[in-house]
Each structure stands twice: as C-alpha cells, then as structure tokens.
Design a protein around this ligand. Structure first.
Ligand SMILES: C[S@@+](CC[C@H](N)C(=O)[O-])C[C@H]1O[C@@H](n2cnc3c(N)ncnc32)[C@H](O)[C@@H]1O
Length: 360
C-alpha cells in the first residue's frame, strides 16, 4: 500500500520537525531526516506501519537495526554504533538511497511489524527524585511502582541505578543529569519500592537477543554513554528479573493491580513516553480511568510525556529560552483533601540529559 500525497506531506513535515527540534544532539539523524523528508520513496517505506507508528523514530530504528545485523554497506561508516566515524556529508543522501533500495523489502517488513520501544533508563535520573517527592507528599516511604508501557522493564531498576559518580558500584549504570535552576526535589524520605511491575502489550524479553537488538537500534548511533548504560541495564535486568507482564489492555489492568496491594503501600502508576502512542479515544479512556482511580483510592499517577501532550491542567513556569524546545513534562496527579490535584514536577530532556525541577 502506497502513501497518499497527503500522507507523504504529513510525514515530510514530521521528519523536518524531528530534524529541527528533536535531535539537535545527533547530527547523523538530523541530516538523515532532512534527506528522507525530501524523498517520497524513502518516506514510502513507512507505508505499512500503523498510523501511530508512522514516525521518524521507527524509520531510523529500522535502518539502524539492519546495519546492526551486520550487513556490509558504506552507510555503516556513518554509524559510530557500527564502528563508523564518518561525519554526515554530501555523499550521505546517495548512500542512504542506495541502502534503502537494496534492503527495501526487509526495511518495509521491519517498519510494518516493529514499533518504537526505546527503553531509556536515562529517564530514571528524574524518576528517582520524583519518587522522593511522591514519598514526601504522601508521608509514606513505602511505594509500589506500576510502569505502564514498560518495554523491557529497564526503568523498574530505578532504585538500584547510580545517580552519583562517587558511587563506585561496578557494572551499575550511572545516570547523570544536569539540573537547571534553583529548585530541587526533596531528598527525604528515601522511597522504598516494596513492589514493582511493568505492563506492556508487547513487552521485550531481555533474554531475547533479537528483541534486545531492536531496542539497541532504537538508540541514537552516536551517543556512546547511552549505549553503555543500556547494555549495563540489560545485564542487570537479566540478573534481577524485574517482573514484566504482557497485557493487551494495560488501562484495564491498572485497577486490579492497585486492589492487589497490601495496605500501607502507596501505589504509583507511572508512564514515560507511552501515551503519545495511544489513539485519541484510548488516551481519553486511560486518563479518565487513572484519574478516577486516584480520586477513589489515593493512588498517585506520575506521567512523563512530551510537552505537547498534557494529561491534566498544570501550571508551568515559562520554559527557559536556553533549554531545547523538545522536552518531557513530569506531571503528578494525586488526591489532596479529597480533591484531585495535577502538579507539574519537572521538565526534562527526553533521555534525562538535563532537568529542571518546577514542583513546589
Ligand atoms: C517509547 S517506549 C517507552 C518505554 C518506557 N516507558 C521508557 O520510558 O523507556 C513506548 C512503549 O509503550 C508501549 N505501548 C504502546 N502502546 C501501548 C498501550 N496502548 N498501552 C501500554 N503500552 C503501550 C510500547 O510497546 C513501548 O514499549
């Protein structure tokens, strides 16, 4: 099935937006997105993907995955993750066109069957302080964490990763983050995760090498620190066996999970870069289901999504002009004196490179 001219135009605009706003730190992806935006044949590779998945991330991951599989092609020279060190140049456009023509069937199949599942533990650099804030607001250190849209469940290790370079535990990912501004999350009490669970309609099994390669392909090829922490997190997940469950309807599974918890434990329902993949009615249903649950049970809902997607009414100070426009907003929905309250806790880089605490 081919793209309509309208689809081609919409996708071209998405690739240009991605180049301009989303990947300023990845020159290869910036250059590739501009090339793809101007080439209907390259855009057309996405035609078999579902509408929610027709995005630059999926296109880029499919090409990266093919290169990581070990195929030999001059395009690999542009990918540091494949041992390359060539900067984007005038030859890149013809090189990627030739690669795409040679591997068109395989790339189409990847884009038709795979989805953007990037499991980014860099987000834990904000999740961990946010959990401190939740423990402080609820007056309880004992939390239970439900990670909705967990991918491989790597963010379930939030309480064991390193956040300080002085912590020298070998093999444990170090998540450093440049904190901006004056405000910081409370540092006490230290949250105690007495239960954790990840849900996903298509969870990634860390023992499945092919599935892990796809996650690796979802990372950006020049960010070696990101690649290192990903590999360490996969090793830890293989040893620790964080509980991850396949759930066709994650929204419906939230309430039974809350009901299953022992008393005295505060349920925290969490999602990061997940709701952006929901169709509009599913998004509405998820927001209504979870907010109603918060109202009835006192569970807390922490949502980290693109700043373009708001889960409730929050007041945010104006963005600092020196920080990139594309970022995540961390929103807490909780019950205060019987009333539902939405609060913005932080803004951050999508992978946790920088963050700004905006919570009270
Ligand atoms: C970009 S990944 C984010 C993974 C993880 N939350 C993180 O921050 O690293 C998006 C995840 O959302 C999952 N997902 C997509 N649609 C979903 C749905 N309707 N309900 C729950 N999860 C969904 C995907 O399978 C994928 O694992």
């Amino acid at each position: 099935m081919d793209l309509t001219p309208a689809d081609t135009g919409r996708l071209a605009a998405l690739f240009r937006h991605f180049a301009n706003v989303e990947c300023p730190e990845e020159p290869l992806y910036e250059a590739l997105c501009r090339i793809v935006a101007d080439d209907p044949a390259l855009l057309g590779l996405l035609s078999g993907a579902s509408p929610e998945q027709q995005r630059p991330n999926l296109w880029l991951a499919a090409v990266h995955d093919s290169l990581l599989s070990g195929v030999t092609h001059p395009l690999a020279a542009y990918y540091p993750s494949c041992g390359g060190d060539r900067a984007p140049d005038a030859a890149l456009a013809s090189c990627v066109r030739e690669f795409a023509a040679q591997h068109a069937a395989a790339l189409r199949e990847l884009m038709r069957t795979r989805s953007t599942q990037t499991n980014e533990i860099g987000r834990c650099a904000v999740l961990w302080p946010a959990l401190h804030a939740l423990a402080a607001r609820s007056g309880r250190a004992e939390l239970a964490l439900l990670d909705v849209g967990t991918s491989a469940g790597l963010n379930l290790g939030v309480d064991v990763y390193r956040y300080d370079a002085a912590d020298a535990r070998p093999g444990v990912p170090l998540l450093s983050c440049e904190w901006q501004g004056e405000r910081r999350a409370p540092t006490t009490p230290t949250p105690k995760l007495v239960q954790r669970l990840g849900l996903d309609p298509a969870p990634v099994t860390v023992d499945d090498e092919r599935a892990v390669r796809w996650l690796r392909a979802c990372l950006w090829p020049s960010d070696t620190a990101r690649a290192t922490r990903f590999e360490q997190a996969v090793q830890m997940a293989r040893a620790r066996r964080w509980p991850v469950r396949r759930e066709a309807d994650c929204t419906a599974a939230v309430e039974p999970w809350v009901a299953s918890l022992p008393s005295g434990v505060r349920p925290v329902i969490f999602n990061s870069w997940v709701l952006t993949y929901f169709e509009r009615p599913a998004l509405q249903r998820h927001i209504e289901t979870v907010t109603e649950l918060v109202r009835r049970t006192g569970a807390m809902w922490l949502s980290a999504e693109s700043s373009a997607l708001r889960v409730g009414p929050v007041e945010l100070p104006p963005p600092r002009p020196d920080l990139p426009k594309a970022h995540s907003v961390w929103t807490l929905c909780h019950r205060v004196g019987g009333e539902l309250r939405f609060e913005a806790l932080a803004r951050s880089h999508a992978h946790g490179r920088w963050a700004e605490w905006v919570g009270a």
